[in-house]
Design a protein around this ligand. Structure first.
Ligand code: KIV
Length: 262
């Protein structure tokens, strides 16, 4: 998938599939799959580093993981997430941070929130950086939201999200992630915008869907009802680890084929 395909896919009614990805190993498997694009999401702070939220994620972490994913999935369109506050300082500092992700190999950046980011988004787009917006539940704002809750439930909140989404489009975003909103709002957003709307917990009517890879693999504890698990990786890995430990204890591993003859 190329940047120019996002609009084409929306026009053609062809849904976009996106997964988060944080490392070389899984990226090289996704590389062989039909998944359209990858997001090196700042959720890596929680999934890969065990942090309580994404607030503690740094540019160093984002840059390192982006490089690994790019190595593993060279043919996929890869979006790098701007971590908490990395785009809220001076324009120069924000540009420097965006530059780090782009030179790590990202083909676009994702920025949470539109209010206060309009000038930066336009400047980036004018400078050749594709920008993906992110509205609805914005995990970096967990401390102001008071938890991970469904957003846009009242008409007033829904109208505000639609206004912000239109602003994201006007500022030059090529696509928008919308997280944890009622299905009806996911539909309104997809109908109101020319750019594709990629939902996570936003119902079936959005122009695409994104999931955290470890959630859909059943490899990470989660309680969000929108997650569909496509395998139980946690159980499979647990069995493999226990099998190895048992074989070592009982001297079933290594056998003669797995050893060098003297
Ligand atoms: O960081 C992330 O994983 C995300 C997705 C939830 C869209 O932003």
């Amino acid at each position: 998938m190329k940047i120019t395909d996002f609009g084409k896919y929306k026009q053609a009614g062809r849904k976009i599939s996106m997964l988060t990805c944080y490392d070389y190993w899984t990226a090289s498997i996704v590389e062989q799959s039909d998944v359209d694009c990858l997001l090196v999401g700042d959720s890596l702070g929680m999934v890969m580093h065990g942090h309580d939220s994404t607030v503690t994620v740094t540019m160093d972490m984002m840059e390192l993981h982006t490089r690994a994913v790019v190595q593993g999935a060279p043919s996929k369109f890869i979006v790098g997430d701007m971590p908490f506050l990395s785009n809220r300082g001076s324009l120069d500092k924000s540009l420097e941070n965006v530059h780090r992700l782009m030179t790590a190999g990202a083909q676009a950046v994702k920025i949470e929130g539109v209010k206060g980011n309009e000038t930066l988004i336009s400047h980036l787009v004018d400078s050749g950086v594709p920008v993906m917006g992110h509205l609805g539940l914005m995990p970096q704002s967990v401390n102001t939201l008071g938890g991970y809750k469904v957003q846009g439930k009242s008409q007033q909140q829904a109208d505000e999200i639609i206004a912000q989404a239109l602003q994201a489009q006007a500022s030059g975003c090529f696509a928008l992630v919308i997280e944890c909103v009622p299905t009806s709002l996911g539909l309104s957003l997809s109908q109101s915008l020319d750019i594709p709307v990629i939902g996570i917990g936003a119902g079936v009517h959005t122009d695409g869907q994104v999931l955290v890879m470890q959630d859909m693999l059943g490899a990470f504890e989660h309680n969000a009802n929108f997650v569909r698990t496509y395998c139980n990786l946690q159980e499979t890995l647990q069995q493999a680890f226990d099998g190895f430990a048992e074989d070592v204890r009982t001297e079933q591993y290594p056998n003669t084929d797995e050893s060098y003859p003297s």
